[in-house]
Design a protein around this ligand. Structure first.
Ligand SMILES: [Zn+2]
Length: 264
C-alpha cells in the first residue's frame, strides 16, 4: 500500500531532516511550541527559501501550531491570544507552502458547558482567514476536552459546519491520543469519518500508557501499549499521509517507518 510516511522534525532545517529520513513529508513547529511570541523561521533561507527548497526537493511540509493554542476556552485571556496566534501560524504556514496547519482541539474549563466550546470553535473558524487547510487534532486528555471523545468531535463539527470556510477545516487523527483517550482503534477511522467526512493526516504514534488513561506520552512502534496490528489498521483505513511523532532522530524514525511499512 502506497502511503506517504514522514516525521515530526526539528525546524532548523526540515529539508535536511526529510532527506536524512528519505521522507516525502515532514512536520515541524514555527517558533516556540509553548509560547505566545508568534511564528519564527529558523531555516537559513527564511520562509521564501524553505518554500522554494521544499518544492524543488518534492517534500511536503506540515506545520504544528503551538500547544498552548486553545480557541475553545471560555477564558478570554487565553482565547483571544489563541485566535491571534492561530491566524499568525496560518499566515506563516501558508507562506512556506505548507499542506496544512495542525492544531489541537483545546478544552473548556471544568464546569463549563461544552456547547460554549463548540461555539467558540465556530467563531474561531469564522474569524480566521484560512489560507491553507486547518487540521484539528484529537487529544488524549485535558479537562473537558473538545476532541478526546467522538461526541465532542461531533459537537465541534456540527458547530463549524455552518461556517463559510468549513471546507478548509480537516481532521488529524493521532493514534496515541485516540488510544490513551479511550477510543477503539479498530473502528476509530470509520467513527471519525462518519462525523467529519475526512481524515487528512494521521499522527502515528505508539503510547506508553494504557487505553483511556488520558496520558499523552508517545512511544516508538512496538515499544508501547498499542497492539501493532491496530496501528497498521488505522494507517491503512485512513489512507492519508502519516507523520510519526515518535521519540528519537533520523535513525529511530527510519526504523519506525520500516516497522510500519512491513505491516500496512
Ligand atoms: Zn499528534
Amino acid at each position: 500500500m502506497s502511503i506517504s510516511i514522514g516525521a515530526h522534525v526539528d525546524q532548523t532545517d526540515p529539508i535536511a531532516e526529510a532527506r536524512a529520513r528519505q521522507a516525502p513529508l515532514v512536520q515541524f513547529f514555527l517558533g516556540d511550541p509553548q509560547g505566545y511570541k508568534g511564528p519564527e523561521f529558523a531555516y537559513a533561507g527564511g520562509a521564501e527559501g524553505l518554500r522554494a527548497d521544499a518544492e524543488a526537493a518534492g517534500i511536503d511540509l506540515y506545520v504544528h501550531a503551538p500547544y498552548i493554542v486553545n480557541v475553545a476556552t471560555t477564558n478570554n485571556r487565553i482565547r483571544i491570544p489563541s485566535r491571534k496566534l492561530l491566524q499568525q501560524h496560518v499566515d506563516a504556514a501558508a507562506s512556506i507552502g505548507a499542506k496544512g496547519l495542525i492544531v489541537h482541539g483545546g478544552h473548556v474549563n471544568k464546569d463549563d458547558d461544552p456547547a460554549k466550546g463548540f461555539d467558540n470553535w465556530r467563531k474561531a473558524v469564522e474569524a480566521t482567514d484560512l489560507k491553507l487547510p486547518l487540521l484539528i487534532e484529537n487529544t488524549a486528555g485535558g479537562d473537558n476536552a473538545m476532541t478526546r471523545y467522538l461526541e465532542r468531535i461531533a459537537g465541534v463539527w456540527e458547530a463549524i459546519s455552518t461556517t463559510e470556510q468549513f471546507d478548509m477545516v480537516g481532521f488529524c487523527l493521532d493514534t496515541c491520543h485516540a488510544h490513551a483517550g479511550g477510543n477503539d482503534l479498530q473502528t476509530v477511522v470509520d467513527d471519525v469519518r462518519r462525523i467529519t467526512g475526512r481524515i487528512d493526516l494521521v499522527h502515528c504514534n505508539d503510547s506508553r500508557d494504557d487505553f483511556d488513561s488520558g496520558a499523552d506520552r508517545h512511544a516508538n512502534f512496538g515499544h508501547g501499549r498499542i497492539d501493532p496490528e491496530l496501528l497498521a489498521t488505522v494507517v491503512r483505513d485512513a489512507g492519508a499521509p502519516v507523520v510519526c511523532e515518535t521519540p528519537g532522530g533520523a535513525e529511530e524514525h527510519r526504523a519506525d517507518f520500516d516497522w510500519l511499512r512491513e505491516r500496512i
